[in-house]
Write a protein that binds this ligand. Sequence first.
Ligand code: SAH
Length: 504
Amino acid sequence: MQKKGKVYIIGVGPGDYKLATIKAVECIGRADVVVYDRLIGSKLLSHAREDAELIYVGKMPDRHVVPQHEINRILVEKALEGKTVARVKGGDPFVFGRGGEEAEELRENGIEFEIIPGVTSSIAVPAYAGIPVTHRDFCSSFHIITGHERAEKGRSIIDYEALAKVEGTLIFLMGVKNLPEITANLMKYGKKGSTPAAVIEKGTTAEQRVVAGTVEDIAGKVLEAGVKSPAVTVIGDVVRLREKLGWFPGGRLAGKRVVVTRAREQASKLVEKIEQLGGEAIEFPTIKIAEPEDYAHFDRVLDSLGSFRWIVFTSVNGVDAFFNRMKEKRMDIRSLYGVKLCAVGEATGEHLNRMGLNVDYMPEKFTTACLLKGLLDRIKPGEKVLLARADIGSEELSDGLRENGIEFDDLAVYRTVAEAPGRDEIVELMEEGRIDFITFTSSSTVRNFVSILGRDKLDKINKAKTVCIGPVTAKTAVELGIEVASVADVYTIDGLVEKLAGEG
Ligand code: SAH
């Protein structure tokens, strides 16, 4: 008989993906199958293995919900196939998460499982609004209550009489719609109408919104503000502390959503900087880095390395691709003896430095014109140049060398391939005007972005502000019909982030 698999019932916190535990992330990364709910961001799913099966069991666009017995069936079935299953839920799986029901079903079917607790919205969302659920000066308990009772019950099973009497903080989940009844019931049994109350919508995310008031007026205020699920309601004196302790969102990009279009392999630095400034980075890798289709040209160049006097690297990827191939061919780094190195961009230069190679020339400005001039000043008659770059490198550089009679070889050390995961999600966010910035770090990302989304989406794209890393990229964007809001003063990732923060 086939060995049974195992199910991990995982909580990943309320929204901010960095609130997921190390154990949760590791587990998602190992799973054969990931079964996930609504509100689980793509950032966490991107930790799944490339070949993992992803099954969405949240609310469908037609509002139809996958019934619990169906979810249970999927978990059991996949485990019986011998798969490792990550069942990913928001918050904590055992706090109104139906994790208990799923675990029961697994036990009944003799399937092994583990529970990975998560940061629950009931505590974390108030915390992000600057509300501690307990505080020695105000209360000695907190109570987490469902605001959404099962529809089949005619009568409330929530004991409002008891709840109205406790002095502890009351925290209602799933209660936006029922807020008028909840507050009316509490007052009916003696809770003071003046007790502070707050409703926090989409807590811990860039769209967090807090509506504050009292038990008496909060329901009206929430209706007026149009607060929607998910939201947590907090009732109690601790709510007062919000004014003193509010801290989120903070940073110069607080509450801003920024689309990052770099290849996943290169995006991390930009993503990290955006997040450090309080923004939410949405990765939309429009290009993927791939090996050349065949190595004939590459190997010919490597076999005659001695004939080159200069090698120009225009990206970190180019450096990696070049030296990886040398390694594969068991070539010694000393075969570069006497060859001068040019790096376009600080990151490229630093990358070479880390490999123990000094850079002989780096242009002050990272534009083709500046690079060309610098090279022409340095290249002596008869010296041959190797351009080690992507298959879609700018023609301007090669044309310039040609026009000046310089002998060169333009070697595509890697390919860039258009990639489009998450396209629909981005289009939806853009349509709703929920993207603040789109960043472009190269002409190829602009081209791919427009071709993946389609030119008919230009008006949607232009709802967001576009910020480009440099003038070449900006020129491409404008040519394609994108309105460029600004261009970085220094053409680096740091320069781009600085510009973004200034705009934000
Ligand atoms: N197991 C989850 C709760 C599931 S019930 C947990 O421990 O957090 C779903 C309810 O959680 C929502 O109706 C809402 O009340 C609350 N919730 C979850 N995420 C939230 C968020 N980011 N902001 C506000 N409320 C949230």
